[in-house]
Design a protein around this ligand. Structure first.
Ligand code: 13P
Length: 250
């Protein structure tokens, strides 16, 4: 049996100041000493310095929530992968459904951001997932294979090893409605099959795939017990240190 290292990542979205960041990490770090999984916090750009300082000497890795595809230039308001790398950022979330929904993110721009991220030597958490309408229309697998295929266009096998995929059904995000463990497992194993089709079975077995969408200390164990699920991308439940620690220690 191949064993994949679990990865629990918090997505703080647009929450917390540097001061709150420091306080949060001071509370969280002692609660998760000795855990074995990868732990990441994806914070707003403005918190990254504070997060990097506060997480020194802990097992928490610093992540960002978006990145621009260009190396530098006239892109007012944007941040490049090189800039993130220079701040010791290790992970970048790409293609979150909120960005697809509110900020015009497309499969094409997801791919551009992913290529820039991997070229800079960073790791990526690429988000995919269907809307409720798509699920009801029986389009889930079609949407997932399209999103995965487009996101990974021109990504070579070696670089793919630095990619984590997050399956986040849009209808489960921030709604308190979690996919059942079996629904999550079905979609995630379908994503794995898609990777096998696009690459090969050893990469399909090796790639880590998270579940995201109203994941919390109450449902984490059941989700993590599923064969294909390797971790979580946690929104609301990553904003309280005690609750997030419980998720990490599922
Ligand atoms: P919630 O955990 O708040 O549902 O958010 C999930 C999410 O979007 C993580 O990226």
């Amino acid at each position: 049996m191949m064993s994949r290292k679990p990865i629990i990542a918090g997505n703080w979205k647009m929450n917390f100041t540097p001061k709150q960041t420091k306080k949060f990490v001071e509370e969280l770090a002692p609660l998760i000493e000795g855990v074995e999984c990868d732990v990441v916090i994806c914070a707003p750009f403005t918190d990254l310095v504070a997060l990097r300082v506060a997480t020194r000497g802990t097992r928490i890795k610093v992540g960002a929530q978006n990145v621009h595809w260009a190396k530098s230039g006239a892109y007012t308001g944007e941040i490049s992968a090189e800039m993130l790398k220079a701040m010791d950022v290790k992970y970048v979330i790409i293609g979150h459904s909120e960005r697809r929904q509110y900020f015009g993110e497309t499969d094409v721009t997801v791919n551009m951001r992913l290529r820039a991220t991997l070229e800079a030597g960073l790791r990526a958490i690429v988000c995919v997932g269907e809307t409720l309408q798509e699920r009801d229309g029986d389009l889930t697998n079609e949407i997932l294979s399209r999103q995965v295929k487009c996101a990974l266009k021109d990504i070579d096998e070696v670089s793919l090893r630095r990619v984590v995929i997050a399956y986040e059904p849009v209808w489960a995000i921030g709604t308190g409605k979690t996919a059942t463990a079996q629904e999550a497992e079905d979609s995630i194993s379908y994503i794995r099959k898609t990777i096998r089709r696009l690459y090969n079975s050893s990469l399909a077995t090796a790639i880590r795939i998270q579940y995201g969408g109203s994941m919390n200390s109450k449902n984490v164990a059941e989700l993590m017990a599923m064969e294909s699920i390797d971790g979580g991308l946690i929104g609301g439940a990553s904003l309280k240190a005690e609750e997030f620690a419980k998720v990490i220690k599922y």
